[in-house]
Ligand binder design. Structure first.
Ligand code: 0X9
Ligand code: ZN
Length: 605
């Protein structure tokens, strides 16, 4: 009786064991080889045997392949040269699983990065990070084909309109290190925010979105059933082959023929159409909703590369110089982190990789205008572990990825940082956060003008250093609806249309604000006592050029016979003909509509 029970327990144990993890099963008697050379004839035969291409190079000259003995026999028989890279793939995968079993329970702090983690463990980790941090929120990008949540973190320290970057791992299921590295990135940015002023400053300038697993179904499948699964798990109509290569399903040269296939059985299957893969569609929708997205990192493995746009053509982008400078900076940071050499390139990275159509970062660049890069993390070769980077190297890869990503944060932050004081000489209209670099010329003057909501006629006694009207009004551009001059030209900030051009000394302008604001203008004072302005017959928009309030009557005394009326923003008028003065004072910052009986030259007394 007791023995029976023990046997049952043992059997149950093996049953659970064998069902919990079978991702090595397809690799019974499988080996990895590197082919000497690949001809179209050989390729046809290999495809018939359904070999798995590890480097996923559609037309690599010497691909790395997973093969069974029947393929080796065929190669031997035809004297086709190859080198054996791995003679027992199954044990390699099983060893990795044993490591997860042994180390999996140690989850505290840095121990989490000692072994690879399941989808559930990653979900728990993200929730825990969000719960414990005040700057991180869980984000929900929708569901996968098999209804698993695609989840990530948004790091936001407050404020709006900040530049943002988006980082994702695991478009390709088997690239497990990318999940570890992107989780590590979120985890450590958040931790360092509280301890490191530099990181604090960076995160105060840039929002960071991190989604470690954009392909949950594939990732789970690579843990439970097939360690080298690459695609998602979407069913294909009228085919028994499952899955679309997410990184071929984006609408940038989709199905363009570079490392692509229209066969649903291929590892680089492009899908029915662009965004036919549920996960690509959902992640796309989310990315499109991020305001101000400046950069994107799509984390893959393996090869130790940094790839900039474009990946589908050898042509260079219009931003090539900046693409290269950021790419090189990131590549150096990845390399320097642990003195492990990474290579940067655009296109096929000078032959280090291959061109690829329909990839995610190319879509980010082409459709969102965000600089999209691919990282291929450690190792460089299959010999160093391939997709199964040894657990002892997980932390190293994570640190490299962290340093590389930091360069993108610095780059994105620089865009936002600058001198935000409009009165400064080096005022930067595009800066949203002041970096303390403002320089002031103390011999210059400035005028503060309080502007109410709605219509108002304004003028200044300052000759602005930068007279372009849109620059003069940049500090209030958020509130500004439109500006008109006396001859019917307009400046419309919403359309970035400046039909007025430069602010003209002595002229007043009508402007309309959404709500009241204060404008400060810096430059040289207009010497009003020498400043002659022409008041033409009919209506004029006249500036007030003195820096203090003065009475209306003496100001117009010399030309009062030619003046029909003077009117201010609030409708008060001065009618010399009737000796009626509803205006009283002329005020700096205000402008006046003046109707003349004839043209005269006028100077403020
Ligand atoms: O083929 C891919 O999708 C990526 N490589 S992987 O081995 N992780 O599958 C590379 C895509 C980017 N390629 C270029 N920018 N050339
Ligand atoms: Zn990949």
């Amino acid at each position: 009786m007791v023995i029976k029970k023990i046997c049952a327990v043992i059997l149950l144990f093996f049953f659970i064991q064998s069902h919990a993890q079978n991702n090595s099963r397809p690799y019974e008697n499988a080996r990895v080889i590197k082919l000497g050379s690949l001809t179209p004839e050989i390729e046809t035969v290999l495809n018939a045997y359904q070999v798995t291409y590890l480097s996923c190079r559609a037309h690599s000259d010497s691909p790395e392949l997973i093969v069974k003995d029947e393929v080796l026999h065929w190669l031997n028989h035809h004297q086709i040269p190859y080198t054996l890279l791995e003679k027992d793939l199954k044990s390699k995968i099983e060893r990795e699983y044993q490591h997860m079993l042994k180390m999996g329970k140690r989850r505290d702090g840095e121990s989490w990065y000692l072994t690879y983690r399941t989808y559930e463990e990653v979900q728990d980790k993200l929730s825990e990070i969000a719960r414990e941090s005040s700057i991180a929120d869980l984000i929900d990008l929708g569901l996968s084909f098999e209804n698993r949540p695609i989840t990530g973190l948004r790091l936001n320290t407050g404020g709006t309109d900040k530049p943002a970057i988006f980082i994702n791992g695991c478009q390709h299921a088997r690239e497990w290190i990318t999940v570890m590295a992107s989780t590590f990135l979120a985890d450590h940015l958040i931790y360092n925010y509280n301890t490191d002023v530099f990181i604090q400053n960076l995160l105060d300038h840039v929002d960071v979105y991190i989604v470690p697993i954009v392909n949950p179904d594939g990732y789970v499948y690579s843990h439970t059933t097939d360690r080298y699964w690459r695609k998602n798990r979407q069913l294909n109509p009228s085919s028994s082959c499952v899955g679309t290569d997410l990184n071929r399903n984006w609408d940038a040269d989709w199905n363009g023929g570079e490392s692509t296939s229209t066969s649903s059985c291929s590892d680089v299957y492009v899908g029915e159409e662009a965004f036919s893969a549920v996960e690509a569609q959902n992640v796309k929708n989310y990315m499109e909703s991020i305001p101000n997205l400046k950069g994107h990192l799509d984390i893959h493995s393996y090869s130790a590369l940094v790839l900039g746009p474009w990946g589908y053509t050898h042509q260079i982008t219009p931003d090539h110089e900046e693409v290269v400078s950021l790419g090189t900076a990131m590549n150096d940071a990845l390399t320097d982190a642990n003195e492990y050499s990474y290579t940067f390139g655009t296109g096929d990275a000078n032959g280090a990789l291959y061109l690829a159509s329909g990839t995610m970062p190319d879509w980010s660049y082409d459709s969102l205008g965000a600089f999209g890069y691919t990282y291929e993390l450690r190792p460089q070769t299959w010999g160093e572990g391939g997709f199964e980077l040894p657990e002892s190297k997980i932390k190293l890869a994570c640190e490299e990825n962290y340093q590389g990503a930091l360069e993108m944060l610095i780059w994105a932050a620089q865009d936002a940082m600058g001198c935000t004081n409009p009165v400064a000489l080096n005022f930067d209209v595009h800066a949203t956060l002041d970096d303390g670099s403002c320089e002031f010329n103390m011999s210059l003057d400035s005028q503060m003008i309080i502007l109410p909501q709605g219509w108002r006629i304004f003028s200044t006694y300052i000759q602005p250093t930068e007279p372009q009207l849109d620059l003069v009004l940049a500090p209030i551009s958020e509130e500004l609806i439109m500006v008109k001059n006396g001859i019917g030209s307009a400046y419309l900030p919403e359309y970035s249309y400046n039909g007025i051009g430069d602010l003209v000394d002595g002229q007043a302008y009508q402007l309309k604000l959404k709500s009241s604001d204060t404008l400060s203008i810096r430059g040289m004072k207009i010497p009003h006592k020498n400043f002659e302005m022409l008041l033409t017959e009919g209506w004029n928009m006249m500036a007030y050029l003195c820096d203090s309030v003065s009475d209306v009557l003496p100001a117009f005394d010399l030309i009062r016979d030619q003046v029909h009326l003077v009117k201010s923003s609030d409708g008060s008028v001065y009618l010399p003909e009737f000796n009626y003065d509803g205006l009283g004072k002329l005020t700096p910052g205000e402008g006046y509509q003046v109707k003349m009986r004839s043209t005269v030259s006028f100077t403020y007394p």
